[in-house]
Design a binder for this molecule. Sequence first.
Ligand code: AMP
Ligand code: ZN
Length: 462
Amino acid sequence: MDLKIYNTLSGEKEDFKPLKKGVVGMYQCGPTVYDRAHIGNLRTMVMNDLVRRVFEHQGYKVNQVMNITDVDDKTIKKSQAEKKSLTELTRHYETLFLADIHSLNILTPHHLLRASEHIEKMIEMISIILENDHAYQSKDGIYFSIGLSKNYGALAKLKLDAEVQERIANDEYEKENPRDFALWKFATPEDGDAVWDAPFGKGRPGWHIECSAMATEALGPTIDVHTGGSDLIFPHHTNEIAQSESATGKHFVKYWLHGGFMNVNDAKMSKSKGTGLILSDIEDAGISPLGFRYWLLTSHYRTPVNFTLEAVSGAQNAFIRLVETFVRLGEVTHEHIHAHGEPRDYRAEFKERISDDFDMPGALALTWEMIKDHSLEADKKIKLLLDFDTVFGLGLKAVADMKASGDAGTLIPAEIIALADAREDARKAHEWDKADAFRAQIEEMGYEVKDTDKGPEIKVLR
Ligand code: AMP
Ligand code: ZN
């Protein structure tokens, strides 16, 4: 069955056709690491993870690339304010971000690219755009000239005609058009250690060119899928298209996917104003990361959502019921099967739901129908649940593994097992800081991980 994807560029659901048979190249805008990620940021990361998992469930080999924005106005400003080097500040928040995504059972993207480690590619791209005369030098940097760009604003359906005529006299920036944007910002004393040499002058990249350079470097000039939150459609993704297509002469992205925004109690969250809830805030309020993930699955990824404790607690109860049901299915010894009519092909129905633009609420509703189907044996339900959960990512396999190894006397929550797994991965990679951050998070949640001859063991602390 063909996967149908709503493409922001066409404004329609389209059949997915990969550039190369059986393979999907996927780029997602990652976090700006100057502070903790809020739960809205994390919603978008869960969406990216679900998209990857659906492609994998369909048999594709996915190459998932995410950037880490560790050089931009916000990271520089905060590192200066805290008198830290840019690396010291951003690595700290990067580690915490990775811990957050692990506790949400988000699969780590195959490539994590730090902007600060790809400056050369950005300089190369800017040089080509300058050669193509799609950029000009101003007093404080190199600017992209949108007037010369074909179809500028198509993604955001911008009506630019009137605006392109409009000129504002702005002495400070000397832009030729108000919507021209910086590819490169010349060094200022406030930039601290965030300064690189370039043929067009010392400075640092603008935010948009970072993603164009990293996406094309990792995945080539044309990529299958690019994702992000809906706030990025304009200007970020609009500008990514303009720059990339100017530099490569090729169509940049086949399918653009944008996730809906999350508000909290009907108010907008802002990382820079410090009004965002972070994962540990909601944990303090009694919501587990996987309870939160379950709640996210109950809305379509494009629908804006409003976080209220009441709604998420309700979803968390359903999640707990799902895990309990799964555990009890494994303990069934006598079954009363009431076969009637043709048995339903739940696997095919599940595939149909997830193929319809990643319809998770539909897939979740189907899961509950399957659980309540009296004509289906418990072992078949278990198999189906494990299969569906490769997409949902609610940790059912970890629960099954714990039961199989006889450690389920006290049932360890799936997210603790996921965190312990992540810590083990970090240890194997000798990433001790990361491993310690995971251990601390496990302890904060009331569990302890001990390394034994037989591998790590998890115990309840309190
Ligand atoms: P940032 O760390 O601000 O660069 O954002 C990382 C990702 O989170 C981007 O894809 C944004 O589109 C997304 N994002 C930011 N705020 C929200 C929100 N309130 N709800 C959903 N996604 C968001
Ligand atoms: Zn980006």
